[in-house]
Ligand binder design. Sequence first.
Ligand code: NAD
Length: 249
Amino acid sequence: MVGLLADKVAIVTGSSRGIGKAAALALADVGAKIVVNYASSSHSAQEVVSEIIANGGEAIAFQADVSNATEVDDMIKASMEKFGRIDVLVNNAGITRDTLLLRMKPEDWQAVIDLNLTGVFLCTRAVSKIMLKQRSGRIINISSVAGLMGNPGQANYSAAKAGVIGFTKTVAKELAPRGVTANVVAPGFIATDMTGDLKNTEEILKYIPLARYGQPEEVAGLIRFLAADPAAAYITGQVMNVDGGMVMH
Ligand code: NAD
């Protein structure tokens, strides 16, 4: 896969750590110039940029809250000014505000919908204008098994992640005539900061046939395939799980 994305440009939202960071490094590995988006951790984002540059790649860090339309537009503008094109968008930024439905405050609901669903809409809308003009592009949206099967304590998160699936299928249909694909990657339990403070690990492992958490790099491998491999040009509107077998369609 070496050089498959040479001269191509990828934006990965929330890529200062976790799955986003692994995706940024994996795409840089196959030659893409990377926009490392972050909300507040400028030091970590800069470290990802430095790692890419140390490996012979090109990258910039860009601060933008992807639930904010103006900040998203500024990020896309800056990416175009710096690199002149956008070939891959990975909508990865996400948060949780877990609590049972009866205790869930409207602000817990709204914060998760604003970032995990509206943020995906804002970035996709902004980038699709450019991809349509280019007549090529690959959009990869990160959902979750919670969006497919539900998860107690995650009504807000599951709704947003299920929304991402419906959204992506529509985008796939709208953009297909110009050769732009859109797919969903739905991870199960991946070892990142997001799952770092889960306490019922033993209980969780009972539901994972492969009986372990996944690694960010294992999710990044599928993202890289969808973003870079010529064979992925004929895959659009699909939901693909990286979950140790938790969900079997
Ligand atoms: P993480 O918490 O390590 O990373 C999330 C990233 O999003 C961070 O870099 C954070 O700074 C960024 N972010 C937060 N708010 C932002 C904002 N307003 N604007 C821009 N960036 C923002 O979590 P992760 O596990 O790496 O999760 C990455 C994605 O994968 C998320 O969408 C998450 O929902 C999804 N996911 C994770 C798991 C898992 O088990 N870890 C499972 C399924 C889905």
